[in-house]
Design a protein around this ligand. Structure first.
Ligand SMILES: O=C(O)CCC(=O)C(=O)O
Ligand SMILES: [Fe+2]
Length: 292
């Protein structure tokens, strides 16, 4: 029997929970974020989400950033990120929401979302792995297979950047919703999207969501944001998540210097399952999920 939380997650396409960070995690992760955000802003960490570019490849066309990529990268030397991502608390929560065994879990992305410094920026309404021009049938087909992974945002500071349309992870867009999400233009008012809500997180709260739920983001350069943004898969989904995950270029995760930072057999297994997905996708053409 799935748990009540899992049933709520399946129904709404998201759930908000407190308690994924204890006081020690919070202090360690805040300090680690401060250091990597500084490196990103001063140009010494090149893997970043660049203002002006909504989806990968993020390029380098603006000095301002809205995210730090690859928090667990060994060259950042910030052990707090791996420690938390592989912690029993996070693992148990993800396994519950995916309704899978801990030995099915697949290591995926861990990035940090931050406020730009010099101008506001926004992401259009989108589903992470479905093109904005997809027909109703194509949307239906994509949504039907998108349950082998979960994404989450854990706020270190109050965060009201994310907007979603609850329950839209299961159903194609209505005609009216299509009008608000068919172009690459970010919305002037996210709440003009029928059915949308703003996801407000207090420090320490986490929203877990299906990344093919209709969502968008607005980034205010005057409001501090440092939100842990991660996802994990259920390897029983085979290659369903390959394009969306591998578009972030995870070659660095194959090397021994990353493997050596992992704490236990379980996390090695999680990494092995990611590498297996990478290897089985090697023959197919590398592709990006969304343009713009
Ligand atoms: O800023 C956020 O919380 C959402 C980011 C997002 O939707 C994305 O990177 O695809
Ligand atoms: Fe997204």
């Amino acid at each position: 029997m799935p748990s009540p939380l899992k049933a709520l997650y399946d129904d709404q396409g998201y759930v908000i929970i407190p308690g994924l960070l204890d006081d020690n995690d919070r202090v360690a992760l805040k300090d680690a974020c401060e250091r990597v955000i500084k490196k990103t802003r001063d140009g010494s960490w090149p893997h970043r989400r660049v203002v002006g570019k909504q989806f990968p490849p993020y390029g380098d066309s603006d000095p301002d950033s809205w995210g730090v990529q690859h928090a667990m990268h060994p060259e950042l030397k910030e052990a707090a990120f791996v420690r938390w991502y592989t912690s029993p608390k996070v693992i148990a929560q993800v396994a519950e929401l995916l309704d899978c065994g801990k030995n099915d879990l697949q290591m995926e992305l861990f990035n940090i979302l931050i406020n730009p410094l010099s101008h506001n920026f926004a992401l259009r309404w989108h589903r992470d792995d479905v093109n904005e021009k997809a027909t109703k049938e194509e949307e239906q087909e994509a949504l039907a297979i998108w349950h082998h992974g979960v994404q989450w945002n854990t706020a270190l500071y109050t965060d009201s950047c994310l907007f979603i349309v609850p329950r839209s992870h299961k159903t194609p867009r209505t005609e009216e919703q299509r009008k608000h999400s068919e172009t690459q233009m970010p919305p002037e008012d996210p709440l003009a999207m029928p059915g949308s809500i703003c996801v407000r997180l207090q420090p320490g709260e986490t929203v877990f969501y299906n990344s093919n739920i209709l969502h968008c983001g607005t980034y205010n350069c005057l409001e501090k944001r440092a939100t842990l943004h991660a996802c994990m898969g259920d390897a029983r989904g085979g290659s369903t998540r390959a394009r969306n995950i591998l578009q972030h270029n995870l070659e660095w995760m194959k090397g021994s210097s990353f493997r050596e930072t992992l704490p236990d057999n379980r996390s090695w297994g999680m990494l092995d399952r990611l590498i297996r997905m990478q290897e089985s996708a090697d023959g197919s053409k590398f592709a990006y999920s969304l343009a713009g």
